[in-house]
Ligand binder design. Sequence first.
Ligand SMILES: *Cc1c(COP(=O)(O)O)cnc(C)c1O
Length: 390
Amino acid sequence: MTDFSDRLAGNLVKLPPYLFARIDGLREEALAKGVDLIDVTVGDPDKPTFPAIIRSMKQALGKVENHQYPSYVGKLSFREAVADWYKTRFGVSLDPKSEVLTLIGSKEGIGHIPFAFLDPGDVSLVPDPAYPVYAAATIMAGGEPYSLPLEKKNGFLPDFDRVPGEIVKRAKLLFLNYPNNPTSATADMDFFDRVVDFASRTGVVVCHDNAYSETYFEAAPPPSFLEAEGAREVGVEFHSLSKIYNMTGWRIGFLVGNSSVISGLGAIKTNIDSGAFGAVQDAGIAALTGDQRPVERMRRLYKRRRNALCRGLRRIGLKLSRPKATFYVWCEVPKGYTSESFCIHLLEKAAVLCTPGHGFGTHGEGYVRFALTVDVPRLEEAVERIAAVL
Ligand SMILES: *Cc1c(COP(=O)(O)O)cnc(C)c1O
């Protein structure tokens, strides 16, 4: 068989090495040996999709209109449901026709948006550490990611004053994500006002990823970027039904905000995919417009897990800031370890697998990420096992 790996596109070869590959290998090895592994790497809700959503999906499958090619931009009924949800949740009015675009999961939109805005040599400003898709999609589209360090001393918010002038000139996109994966930091309106100010001065398109807007533990829920004055002039916000409704496998999300950015991404999508499955959009409508009490129950569940894990890790001497949102705990590694050596130590000695921070970017070094996607007794057991090997 011919090996075409040396013919791969240059932009694909340029992608940063997949730093989780080593961990994936170690996980497989441990599982093959029959180790009772506590795996806290997974950023995927462990509970099933809510029953009402599944019932609505079953009905939607019987509708003949859903058997044909869907609309590229999404059903108007889905986009209207999004606009209503957005108005209720954030107090922001959106035109469902021009300011809402249905996505096949938000990752699909994040992965495609650089193709709409970047030419060779153009720059995306990308937080570091971050969800790896922002930089990877930038590179695949021929652009260059420029890292915005997220540091503890700045509350894991980027400092725009540190971006050199010549980079700002070449920058076309700015990716942001609050509540943040992996640091679990949140942003307030004051920060979003500064983002609008930076974007209006520089002309970058703000792409705010709000995948965790509903996974919060404080009385005040996290804001939308579009609540900031002038935000719609300079950017868009990605949302996902994945984490809110335990629907990661269904692939449904949406983009809202600046209508010219929405048509830009829409033009890419018309040429690449044919829209989200109509029945999944119908189920999405049921999710957004239905009883939201199961969402509150999930928040309470994650909060109990957060409390158990944070209390436990602190008791055994690990340093972390207790997350106000997301289902991640971003924990400092003890002295003498790197992110990777600490992960491997915990895996080999305690059979606990967490994610090394440097897998999310060089500024993630010195941290590991725990996901709150396992039940409290297992988290407590993880803490006991870690305590025994520290
Ligand atoms: C999970 C996640 C997404 C992707 O969500 P989908 O809608 O399932 O594609 C996007 N951004 C961040 C930061 C995530 O953690």
